[in-house]
Write a protein that binds this ligand. Structure first.
Ligand SMILES: [Zn+2]
Length: 184
């Protein structure tokens, strides 16, 4: 007998493979096919990172309180000891005021004496990005929200254990959500 996979046979085999790859929902899948197409779980894509939020400054200006807009979108710094969370001690999560991504936990907040809310680490390192800020004649590490690029504050290497890092954040860039009684 001649081998089955001659010229036209090979082409058909290739076509079949292509068809099987594309045709997961085809009603004509041959009964003898052993080729299984596993559906990809939807949560696999971008599981750890929230999707980027991109809006114009005009849009942010309409959505945010003015003080939050000035800090988060224009990079301004609020007054120390005269802001919402510098002396705030409730249990809960501090979220980005612009996009709502949970950024810092009350469990990592500490008394820095700076007059701004200070944390020794974010909830997840991937939720914030560090940029080099050369304004005001200094070289500092600027902390921004990785999701929406809002200015949050600065990072300094003089924090307490366990990290030795101080995330010095503007209250106006944050929105506090208290832990529910059941979770306390
Ligand atoms: Zn954000």
């Amino acid at each position: 007998m001649k081998p089955l996979l001659t010229g036209i046979g090979s082409l058909s085999a290739l076509a079949l493979i292509g068809w099987l790859t594309l045709g997961a929902q085809s009603p004509h899948t041959p009964a003898n096919s052993t080729h299984k197409v596993e559906p990809k779980p939807a949560q696999d894509q971008g599981k750890s990172m929230p999707e980027k939020v991109v809006k114009s400054n005009e849009e942010w200006k309409e959505e945010l309180p003015y003080a939050s807009f000035c800090v988060a979108r224009l990079g301004q710094t609020e007054q120390p000891f005269n802001n919402k969370y510098w002396d705030h001690h409730e249990k809960g999560v501090y979220k980005c005021v612009a996009c709502g991504t949970p950024l810092f936990s009350s469990a990592t907040k500490f008394e820095s004496g700076s007059g701004w809310p200070s944390y020794f680490q974010p909830i997840d390192e991937d939720r914030v990005e560090i940029k080099i800020d050369r304004s005001h004649g200094m070289v500092r590490e600027e902390v921004v929200c990785a999701t929406c690029d809002s200015h949050l504050g600065h990072r300094f290497p003089d924090g307490p254990p366990p990290t030795g890092i101080r995330y010095c954040i503007n209250s106006a860039a944050l929105d506090f959500e208290p832990t529910k009684d059941a979770e306390k």
